[in-house]
Structures are given as structure tokens and as C-alpha cells.
Ligand binder design. Structure first.
Ligand code: FAD
Length: 397
């Protein structure tokens, strides 16, 4: 393979470049990214950047040593695959032939209908713009009490804004962790001085406010929309690559076209729907940890090595002064058990199937998270009675 192109300059893109070089790839390497910035970290955008504590989250990569051509501010617009392998990438900088391709175009925030101004939070430019608008007394309305909504509410309230969060479900985080656990986080909003309105359907974003489904309106100086993201894959239309919600890949992040393997094209990070042997289905994981670690496997696969990614998904969120962490997958779990009393502030919830630990959510219990992650990864049995006792470390039975 004499020329590899990485499309997308997020964490997955830069890690793919590093992994390719680290594994001995010596051919030409180009990174094409729609953003004009060098790759940077996104988690601080809704935390330290919004709070004004840092302004720069650029990933520390030595581009000269990596011998990687950077095409920043350029967008891939289409892909033509050659039958014999490789192909041509259409970009705003022209047509680029490749022998191997890494697709790491991430995800794009979903926006709401309406002609009023709405903020989303995905890029450093968006974070800097919103940061400057979060001034004391500003009426900030956030749509969506998910991870991002809660983090923006935390920071906006700390900066003295008057914050309202509207959520369509009956509790925060209902989609992510279910209504029962989501409800345990609802009091955090009031404690921080944030008004939380659940069961609210938004009809449209209008200039100066939100029109609600019941015909009423909420006035706002700034409206922030945090209702989820969709994988950035539209540019692949017509390429022949198999795309469902994200780019379809096997457990090594190899793509396919019409069901036929394309080992010369891998997809990784937020844009990839990869096969998980652990869960027996495809996962679309929009977490930093996957963008950090999975490219090592994608790079190995592109270079023809045997490698499989099967780590349990891991995610964290810093909200209302608490560290919330989650590892595993609980969508198909049989039961849930509490570990510690939420009234005590530090607690966890575990999901099990039989005697296997499927997933854990911890609030200010980082040690539980680390221990549980190990047990989940190993798939070893646990003793449910001991697991429910917060004084006993999380370990296999
Ligand atoms: P991205 O970071 O989305 O990067 C994709 C890049 O590709 C972008 O630069 C984009 O401009 C570029 N691109 C897109 N289309 C094209 C194209 N056609 N041509 C060229 N380039 C293109 N995760 C956690 O686990 N914990 C957290 O606390 C957390 N906080 C977050 C806070 C915020 C505000 C955001 C936005 C995300 C957060 N995440 C968090 C999620 C985490 O940051 C993502 O999972 C991670 O950034 C995904 O990396 P990626 O490289 O796959 O995609």
C-alpha cells in the first residue's frame, strides 16, 4: 500500500495516523479534515473551554515526525472505489488517489426546525462563541437533558446565567440510562439553580425563544441544542460502501461494499457501526475512549494484520460537580441493582444478566468504575449480594 488517506481530523483520525506510523507504515500519508484547526480534543469543549479555563485543546501530535501531509479546511465530498482495491477520494482540494483509506469523519449534531439562532456544541469555534455569550444574567435555554445538555447547564449556571433545560422525556438521561436512574439526577439541576422542565416537546426555534408543542413559548437570549448526533456519512452516498446509521464494519473496522469485504477501507470512531463479538450486534459508540483506542485496531487491519476490537464501551461526564462514569452495555440486561444510596451522594448502579456484570454507572465512585470495567471486560461471574455492598470492592465471585 503506497498511499493512505485518513479522512477526518478528530481524535480517531489523529490516532489512526499515529497507529499507522507506529506499526511501521512508511508510505505516503495524508489527513484531510474539514476543520481548519489541527486535531483537538472535544470533551473539554463543554467543560473547561466553556468555563473559560482553557482555550486550546489541540492534540499533542508531532506532524513532522509523523511525516503526514495535513489538508486542513478541506472536505471529502465523494468516494470512488476501484475494483482491484484502492480508489479515488473526491475532495474540495481535488481528486486524491489512495491505496488505503481510513474513514474517521465523526458525527454532526442534530438541529431543530425553526429560523431562530441555535447553538450546537461540536467544534472549538462553536465552544468559543458560546463561551462568550454565557454572561451573568443571560437567559440560556438548553434543549435536551442528555450528557451534553447537563454539562452546558452546569457551566452556564456557574457563570451566573439563568438556565432552563427542557427535555422531551420524563427524566434526564432517559435514553442513555433509563428513566429510573435518570430520575436520580433530576435533583442535581435544582441544586445548581437550573430549572428543569421535562415532558416538553419543542416545536421550533424562533428568534428570541422556543415555540413549544403545547402552543406556549419560552423566551431566551441563547438557545443551545443538545439532542444527539448523527454519523457524518452522507458524503459516502453513491460510493457503494455499506452504510446503515454509520459505516458498517466488521470487528476489525474493515468496511464492505455490497456485502463484499473492502479491507483497503476502514472506518473508526463516531462514524463507524462496528461488529461486536462481545454483544453479538453492531455498535455505534460515540465515546472518546473508542476514538482513542479503536484506531490502533483499524490501522492494524488496514495493514493486513489480525486485530479485533472488543472493549466494553466507556464514557464519562462531568455534571453539577459530579463525575459520572459508565462502562459496558445494559440494553439487554436482565436486572439492575443499586450499590450505595443515592442520598449519600456517591453511588453506583450495576446491570446484570445471570451472574455476569453487563454494565455499571458510577457517581463519584471512580474506583468502582475501574474495577467493574475489568470484570465486565473479562466476563467473569460476580456475586450480586457483594456487588450491592459499596464497602466491598467490585470483583469476580
Ligand atoms: P470527531 O471528533 O467528530 O471528528 C471528526 C472530524 O472529521 C471533524 O473534525 C470533522 O470536521 C471532520 N469531517 C467530517 N466530515 C468530513 C469530511 N467529509 N471531510 C473531511 N473531514 C470531515 N466523550 C466521552 O467519552 N466523554 C465526554 O465527556 C465527552 N464529552 C464531549 C463533549 C463534547 C462537547 C463533544 C462534542 C463530544 C464529547 N464526547 C465525550 C465525545 C467524543 O468527543 C467523541 O466520541 C470523539 O470526539 C469522536 O472522535 P472522532 O474522531 O470519531 O470524530
Amino acid at each position: 500500500m503506497d498511499r493512505v488517506i485518513v479522512v477526518g481530523g478528530g481524535l480517531a483520525g489523529v490516532r489512526a495516523v499515529e497507529a499507522l506510523r507506529g506499526r511501521g507504515y512508511r508510505g505516503a500519508l495524508t489527513l484531510v479534515s474539514a476543520e481548519r484547526h489541527e486535531p483537538y480534543d472535544r470533551p473539554p469543549l463543554s467543560k473547561a473551554v466553556l468555563a473559560g479555563e482553557t482555550d486550546d485543546t489541540t492534540v499533542d501530535a508531532d506532524w513532522a515526525r509523523l511525516d503526514c501531509e495535513l489538508l486542513l479546511g478541506e472536505r471529502a465530498t465523494g468516494l470512488r472505489l476501484a475494483d482491484a482495491g484502492g480508489g479515488t477520494l473526491a475532495t474540495t482540494a481535488g481528486e486524491l488517489p489512495f491505496g488505503g483509506l481510513v474513514i474517521a469523519t465523526g458525527a454532526t449534531p442534530v438541529t431543530l426546525p425553526g429560523d431562530g439562532p441555535q447553538h450546537v456544541l461540536r467544534t472549538i469555534d462553536e465552544a468559543r462563541d458560546l463561551r462568550d455569550r454565557l454572561v451573568p444574567g443571560a437567559r440560556v435555554v438548553i434543549v435536551g437533558a442528555g450528557w451534553i445538555g447537563a454539562e452546558v447547564a452546569t457551566t452556564a449556571a456557574k457563570k451566573g446565567c439563568r438556565v432552563t433545560v427542557v427535555e422531551a422525556a420524563d427524566t434526564p438521561l432517559a435514553n442513555a440510562v433509563g428513566p429510573e436512574i435518570g430520575a436520580l439526577t433530576a435533583p442535581w439541576y435544582a441544586e445548581a439553580g437550573v430549572e428543569l422542565r421535562t415532558g416538553v416537546k419543542v416545536a421550533a426555534v424562533e428568534p428570541g425563544g422556543l415555540a413549544l408543542g403545547d402552543g406556549t413559548r419560552i423566551d431566551a437570549d441563547e438557545i443551545v441544542v443538545g439532542v444527539g448526533v448523527r454519523p457524518e456519512v452522507e458524503w459516502l452516498a453513491g460510493s457503494g460502501l455499506d452504510v446503515e446509521r454509520g459505516v458498517v464494519t466488521d470487528a476489525s473496522f474493515r468496511t464492505s461494499a455490497g456485502g463484499a469485504p473492502r479491507p483497503d477501507v476502514v472506518a473508526v470512531g463516531d462514524c463507524a457501526a462496528y461488529w461486536s463479538h462481545r454483544y453479538g450486534r453492531r455498535l455505534l459508540v460515540e465515546h472518546w475512549d473508542t476514538a482513542l483506542n479503536a484506531p490502533e485496531v483499524a490501522a492494524a487491519a488496514l495493514l493486513g494484520e489480525d486485530a479485533v476490537y472488543d472493549a466494553p464501551p466507556y464514557f464519562w461526564s462531568e455534571q453539577f460537580g459530579r463525575m459520572v462514569q459508565y462502562a459496558g452495555q445494559h440494553a439487554r440486561s436482565e436486572r439492575m441493582l443499586h450499590r450505595g444510596d443515592p442520598a449519600d451522594g456517591k453511588w453506583a448502579v450495576a446491570w446484570l444478566t445471570g451472574d455476569r456484570l453487563d454494565a455499571i454507572l458510577t457517581v463519584d465512585r471512580p474506583r468502582d468504575l475501574v474495577q467493574a470495567k475489568r470484570v465486565i471486560a473479562a466476563g467473569t461471574p460476580v456475586d450480586a449480594a457483594l456487588l450491592a455492598d459499596p464497602a466491598v470492592p467490585v470483583r469476580q465471585a
